[in-house]
Every structure is written in structure tokens, then in C-alpha cells.
Design a protein around this ligand. Structure first.
Ligand SMILES: Nc1ncnc2c1ncn2[C@@H]1O[C@H](COP(=O)(O)OP(=O)(O)OP(=O)(O)O)[C@@H](O)[C@H]1O
Length: 274
């Protein structure tokens, strides 16, 4: 048994605080959310809370409703039952405090890296100088300084992905929602990006919620892994891998807690794979 805290699905409320210490309110609350598409029950009675500054991944068998849940939090889909609160306010659609990083990065092929990264700010009607300053800052932050004037077709998949992330960071949303952000790139790029994501989370103090199919990836980057059961998707388990994420990103992959947690999740999931 590893040091990962494996919590039953019912253990969703934030831990009680010692007396005198104010509990930080959760940034996102998902309350009794169910979603059906025609006859397909995609999600059933999902209750979750997300704390500020944490990285959470959604993991589970194909079709269990991971993307559906992410889109409901983003305000791109409405639940049939239940509600999502962000900063205590009900979500009725997309909002500036949540940025969505799409699987295909949703870049505009006719616009430069700078314009693509500044696109969210352009939509918000910010002045050009301000949006370009911010976009340049985040382009550098994601390792693309010098590529501001390039077009998406001149970039590798990994670089395009970074532009998508720079765009999401530039709007200064509190919550970054990512739908399999690493799926379209090669393994080396993916690993580098996972390392960068851990670093970014520390620098930026954002709340990240992302969907992945990769057990290794979920355990590598996440403070918390929410396991969904096969359709209808319910929360089956919440895992909090207690892995030190210090200066050496390679050390994480050798950490016994990392290795044991990957193994435990795989044993739990493998009977769903034909
Ligand atoms: N627009 C839609 N219309 C009908 N059914 C849908 C729609 N979107 C999703 N579904 C169904 O709802 C279920 C959950 O889909 P969802 O994409 O959320 O799952 P997922 O866990 O993200 O899947 P995957 O791991 O394969 O990407 C699936 O059975 C899917 O076929």
C-alpha cells in the first residue's frame, strides 16, 4: 500500500480545520450534477469540491463522462440536475474566471502566435498594448519567446499546445480547464510539458482541472485524482498522491509513492479494458 491517500467517494467535503483557522472556501463546487444525452446517462449525482491552487485530474474508463464534467464546469454544457458554483456563484455559462484549453488548442491559423495568445484579451476588449504585453509575458513563460511572429503551421504540435496554454494564462483566469491537453503530442514533448505544468502551477497559483487518459500523467502532475466509474459516471474514488515535487522533475517518476499509486490505479481500471 502506498502513501497515496485513497479516499472513498463519500469523503468529498474539505477537511475540518483546527479551531481558529478559517477554512479557505472552495473555488469550485459541483453539487448533485447529473447529465443525460437522450437515453445515455453520462453523469449521475456528482458532488465535488475543488480548492484554490490545486491540480486535479479526472481519470476513468472511456465514455465515463470526464469531458462532460469538464464542460459543465466550464459552462459550455448545462447539467440536467444539480449545479456548479464558482467563487460561490452559480455557473450559467462560460466566465472570465475560467479558461478552457481545448484538445486541438483551437488556434486561429491565420493569426500569429502573439495574436493567438492575446485572443482571449482581444475578446475582452482590452487595449492592444496591454494585451500584447501580457501575451508576450506568457509566451515567454511557456517557453516560446522569439516565436511571437510565427503562424501555427510553422510550429510543432507541442509548440501549438504551448500557445493554447499561453492564451489561457493571459486572460488571468483563476481556473484552467484542460481537456486532454497532452494527447496530440509525442511522448518526449508530453513529458516536458508535464514538468512545465508542475512549475507553472507553482508560479501561477492557478486551480487546474484536467481530463487525461494516462494514469502516469495523472499521478505525475496531480494533487488529487478523481476516478469516475463507467457510465453512468459517478465518483468512485479520490486519490491524493503524497509525492514530493521538488527541484528534480525526474525524481517524481522514480518515487515509490508515484510507482505504487500508478500500479494501484491500473489494477483498479484494468478490468474495464477488453
Ligand atoms: N453530444 C453528445 N450526444 C450524445 N451522447 C454524448 C454526447 N457527448 C457525449 N456523449 C456520450 O456521453 C458519454 C460520456 O461522454 P464523455 O465524452 O463525457 O466521456 P469521456 O469520459 O470524456 O470519454 P473518453 O474518455 O472516451 O474521451 C459517452 O457515452 C458519450 O458517447
Amino acid at each position: 500500500m502506498s502513501n497515496a491517500a485513497i479516499l472513498p467517494a463519500t469523503a468529498r467535503a474539505p477537511a475540518a480545520q483546527p479551531s481558529g483557522v478559517a477554512a479557505a472556501p472552495p473555488i469550485i463546487e459541483v453539487r448533485g450534477v447529473s447529465k443525460v444525452y437522450g437515453d445515455v446517462v453520462a453523469l449521475k449525482s456528482i458532488d465535488l469540491v475543488f480548492e484554490t491552487g490545486k491540480m486535479t485530474s479526472l481519470l476513468g474508463p472511456s465514455g465515463c463522462g470526464k469531458t462532460t464534467l469538464l464542460k459543465i464546469v466550464a459552462g459550455l454544457l448545462k447539467p440536467n440536475q444539480g449545479e456548479v458554483l464558482v467563487h460561490g456563484r452559480p455557473v450559467t455559462g462560460p466566465g472570465p474566471e475560467r479558461a478552457f484549453v481545448f484538445q486541438d488548442f483551437a488556434l486561429m491559423p491565420w493569426a500569429t502566435v502573439l495574436r493567438n495568445a492575446a485572443f482571449g484579451l482581444e475578446m475582452q476588449g482590452r487595449p492592444r498594448a496591454e494585451r500584447e504585453d501580457k501575451a508576450r509575458h506568457y509566451i515567454a513563460e511557456v517557453g516560446l519567446a522569439g516565436f511571437e511572429d510565427k503562424y501555427p503551421h510553422e510550429l510543432s504540435g507541442g509548440m501549438r499546445q504551448r500557445v493554447g496554454l499561453a492564451r489561457a494564462l493571459a486572460v488571468d483566469a483563476d481556473v484552467l480547464l484542460m481537456d486532454e491537453p497532452f494527447s496530440a503530442v509525442d511522448e518526449q514533448t508530453r513529458r516536458k510539458f508535464q514538468e512545465d505544468l508542475i512549475r507553472l502551477r507553482e508560479v501561477e497559483n492557478k486551480t487546474f482541472l484536467f481530463v487525461t487518459h494516462s494514469i502516469e500523467e495523472a499521478v505525475y502532475v496531480s494533487d488529487r485524482i478523481i476516478m469516475l466509474s463507467p457510465r453512468p459516471g459517478r465518483v468512485s474514488q479520490i486519490i491524493e498522491p503524497d509525492i514530493p515535487r521538488g527541484d528534480d522533475p525526474e525524481a517524481i517518476r522514480r518515487d515509490p509513492v508515484y510507482l505504487d499509486t500508478v500500479d494501484e490505479i491500473w489494477h483498479g481500471l484494468k478490468h474495464y479494458v477488453e
